[in-house]
Write a protein that binds this ligand. Sequence first.
Ligand code: SF4
Length: 285
Amino acid sequence: MKVINLSSVRDKVKEVVQEANYELQEDTLKIIKQMQEKEESPAGQEVFNQILQNARIAKDEKLGLCQDTGLAVFFVELGEDVKFQKENGLESLRDAITEGTRLGYGEGFLRKSVVEDPIRRKNTGDNTPAYIHWELVPGDVFKVTFIAKGGGAENMSQVRMFAPAAGQEGIEEFVVEVVEKGGSNPCPPIIVGVGLGGNFEYSALLAKKALLRRPLGSHNPDPFYEDMETRLLERINNLGIGPQGMGGRITALAVQVEAFPCHIASMPAAVNIQCHSHRVISFEM
Ligand code: SF4
């Protein structure tokens, strides 16, 4: 049985929410530079230059990569053989992640982007609650992946329930349609997470999980979905939306698809859009 102190989880969460918001990770920078080489429009080139300059300034001066520092979303893989030591007022793993988020966003001068009620809109003041997805796994694994998810890109995301007759063609049309409809709103060049199968809520979770695949731009191990990712990326980049919607070849940096078994009568599909400010970090303890 592995024992982890809740205060060390809190401190690590506090550290990573700041680091993710200040620094683009290596794989994200790499794909931005690779795609810049393919951009043909001068305006698009300039946007890429500004994205890279912004990333350098944010890292050097420890400033948020974007003013929208996002909802704090966590995916936790929790081993059945891991136990947490309560301490310093932290009673649960949820407490530790919440407190790390509160401290990280507060001390890091990161924008507080959460309202306590969707209609009445009062800011919670500390960017909590954190949005935590739990997955119980065998062994003593404790792995946490954090993504700061801005509102602009999230608002352009969609879930749709298809009948199986829509087929592969219907799904691919849907993905391209969602990106086209989003236009410049999600701050392209974007990353397109696609979740296929499961059910209504599970497809949305799969689409978000698809955004977390590392390195960014790596393919689904199933050649069928690898082909779909390649084809979708090409179709999306032929839309002409371009970086920040200013026209050009590169609307998306990557398309990443995750699939899961589903009901014989349905074919759920979700598209979760992420902007170029792709702030994702994982840690293990
Ligand atoms: S979509 Fe992304 S880059 Fe655009 S404002 Fe939101 S967080 Fe910032």
